[in-house]
Design a protein around this ligand. Structure first.
Ligand SMILES: [Ca+2]
Length: 234
């Protein structure tokens, strides 16, 4: 085989023969180019467990791949590649194609970040006045709450009147607490309960309520707090 001035092999017969096509395909004349076709893009932040790469190359004969995760030695791999679960933080991925004779000397690579999983509600608190004063014919309980992130909040309560074991439900309905801090107002689910509570307060009976405040963050994590209060005539 003849060698040209640049050190490349040339075919004596020249022209566009099938032999040349074969030579190129075998990587003698050019190494395959590798490309990453899907997966985390450069600089992206992704959820742990969602990382998967697919890749392709220009190799035509005997294509295979070698992958490297976080700078480890290149090892045989195939597309799609689903790496083991990655710890939160920065990661890098590189892949190079090989064909029968040559290896891609310029691997395709991506650098990305795996997000810290959201496993809880940040900085949640809820509080209520121990004595909740009631005026007129409406019964209302109020709680204050907040969180270090946006949450959806709901408060529910069970009211017990002196001398009765019956639980009379109150609820606030759901509310978005996006400004870190907010309040929820609860009212009785039933008008008949509201009337009975008003009457009990007029008699100065003991009226107690157990409130449960529940918040849910954007990732679906829940936190809740129970608060014991008394209802008094105000
Ligand atoms: Ca959270």
């Amino acid at each position: 085989m003849a060698i040209d001035s640049a050190g490349r092999p040339v075919l004596a017969m020249g022209g566009n023969s099938p032999d040349i096509e074969h030579f190129i395909a075998r990587g003698v004349l050019s190494a395959p180019e590798t490309s990453i076709t899907s997966g985390p893009t450069d600089g992206a932040t992704v959820e742990a467990g969602s990382v998967q790469f697919t890749f392709a190359s220009t190799a035509e004969v005997g294509e295979s791949f070698r992958c490297s995760l976080d700078g480890a030695a290149f090892a045989a791999c195939s597309s799609p590649l689903l790496p083991p679960p990655l710890a939160p933080g920065s990661h890098s991925f590189a892949v190079r194609a090989l064909d029968e004779d040559a290896v891609d000397l310029t691997p395709a690579s991506r650098t990305f970040t795996v997000a810290t999983p959201d496993t809880g509600v940040d900085g949640f608190f809820a509080k209520a006045k121990r004595k909740q004063k009631q005026k007129g014919k409406k019964i209302r309980l109020e709680v204050k709450l907040g969180a270090g992130e946006d949450v959806r909040a709901v408060a529910k309560a069970e009211v017990k009147l002196e001398g009765s074991k019956k639980k009379r439900p109150m609820t606030s309905g759901s509310k978005d607490i996006a400004s870190q801090e907010g309040a929820l107002k609860l009212k009785p689910k039933k008008k008949s309960d509201e009337r009975k509570i008003v009457k009990a307060l007029k008699r100065d009976d003991k009226v107690k309520a157990k409130i449960t405040v529940t918040v849910t963050d954007a990732a679906g994590n829940e936190a809740s707090k129970k608060l014991d209060v008394k209802l008094v005539r105000g």
